[in-house]
Design a protein around this ligand. Structure first.
Ligand code: DP6
Length: 412
């Protein structure tokens, strides 16, 4: 095909979700391929509340690969981003040569001709939540990048392995619902992939309440933190070898049976053990702050009051508690949290995301559970539930890049 007849621009926009681990990933056996020392399991959160949107475009007119994050131009040379880009292009080349389309251009079967793999790419990405809120933005970001590039280059099949090379936890954001990341054994990482345990429709009563306690940047990033833990923590070694394999099997069973008590207890224990490995790291790493600890105590008081585990907490590499409960307890839980951490900013919305109904708490519950309220310690709550994996956005008005390949909202 003559160069001039080729389409000038190809644009794709997709969205991808955040996930929260209930059996934690902490520690790599291969830093470059991002291969973990243990398997992990997470819940994909609904994109109506938390998502990354990414537009990727290729054009013969682009002079260089470029990247914009939340409207600002950023460095596209980051090694992990380059790994993802290289892998998707490699898969595209493989697919095109298998289709007999000559690798780089032209089509063999009447499909519109794919744009040349040698063309430069422009990528724009943004989150519908504050990046600094500690809500695992790298998982959604890399999952979205890989999914969008794959659509753009016409690549299908196993993509979690590519997303994993952006950020370990990103491989789990390639599916909706309940997802395990199987650690694998091979040195090339081909068997270190994400698999869906159950779809997002599997446990409709499950709810997730995120308590945003601080927008400060976390003290030690997870990549650096887990490196030091692998080097220094004997507890982490024990956890990876002897604890997690059994917990994975138990957690999968609890999820399959929608057994909330089993799920909740194991989730709390696994979060606690992850933070214990951080304390066992030398020098130690502290992700939980006073507010986090108050929330842990509150959840245990609440469960003791109910005489049953109705609420669970988990914390990643930051102080924000993520609580799990079921629909029937949700309204009461929101009210308990509001009473324990009265909002200071009355103008701002305290509960975001899914709505909760006003709940009146019994005096018994208040006196047993609500102690020493900490006004202003929690900035806001975000109520959500399990949701789907990455999605293609068909509506062209949602593209983050214009016909000129530059961010729509920016003049650069
Ligand atoms: C505590 O996936 O952010 O959230 O692979 O180095 O990018 P890298 O780390 P990352 O680590 C996530 C750690 C965690 C637990 C989890 O999500 O399983």
């Amino acid at each position: 095909m003559a160069e001039a007849d080729k389409p000038a621009l190809s644009v794709v926009t997709c969205t991808a979700p955040v996930n929260i681990a209930v059996v934690k990933y902490w520690g790599k056996r291969d830093e470059e391929l991002i291969l973990p020392i243990n398997s992990s399991l997470s819940i994909t959160l609904h994109q109506d509340q938390l998502k990354t949107t990414t537009t990727a475009a290729i054009s013969r007119d682009f002079k260089e690969d470029r990247l914009w994050l939340n409207g600002q131009e950023d460095d596209i040379g980051h090694p992990r981003l380059q790994s993802c880009l290289r892998e998707v292009r490699r898969l595209a080349r493989k697919r095109r040569s298998a289709n007999g389309s000559g690798g780089d251009d032209g089509s063999s079967r009447g499909d519109p001709p794919p744009l040349s793999l040698a063309y430069r790419v422009h990528i724009a990405s943004e989150n519908n939540f504050p990046t600094a809120a500690g809500l695992a933005s790298s998982a959604a970001g890399y999952a979205c990048l890989v999914y969008t590039l794959a659509k753009l280059y016409g690549v299908e099949g196993e993509l979690s392995e590519v997303a994993r090379q952006g950020s370990g936890s990103a491989c789990r954001s390639m599916f909706g619902g309940f997802v395990q990341w199987v650690m694998g054994q091979q040195a090339d990482g081909k068997d270190s992939i994400a698999l869906q345990v159950a779809p997002e429709t599997h446990w409709p009563e499950l709810r997730v309440l995120i308590l945003v306690v601080s927008a400060e940047k976390k003290p030690v990033g997870s990549t650096a933190g887990m490196q030091t833990s692998v080097k220094t923590s004997l507890l982490l070694k024990h956890r990876a070898e002897a604890v997690v394999p059994e917990r994975m099997a138990q957690m999968i069973q609890h999820v399959q049976q929608c057994n909330f008590e089993g799920f909740a207890e194991l989730t709390m224990k696994d979060s606690n053990q992850f933070h214990a490995t951080c304390l066992d790291t030398f020098p130690p790493i502290f992700y939980l702050n006073d507010t986090s600890k108050q929330v842990i105590a509150l959840v245990h008081r609440l469960n003791a009051h109910y005489g049953k585990t109705k609420v669970a907490y988990t914390f990643d590499a930051g102080p924000n508690p993520v609580l799990f409960t079921t629909e029937d307890t949700m309204d009461e839980l929101v009210e308990v949290v509001r009473r324990s951490f009265p909002p200071e900013n009355n103008g701002g919305q305290f509960l975001k995301g899914l709505p909760a109904k006003a709940a009146s708490l019994s005096e018994e519950l208040v006196s047993a559970v609500v102690r020493d309220p900490m006004p202003g310690a929690i900035r806001y709550l975000l109520l959500t539930k399990p949701g789907p994996g990455p999605l293609l956005v068909e509506d062209a008005s949602c593209h983050l890049l214009g016909a000129d390949g530059l961010p729509r909202s920016s003049s650069s």
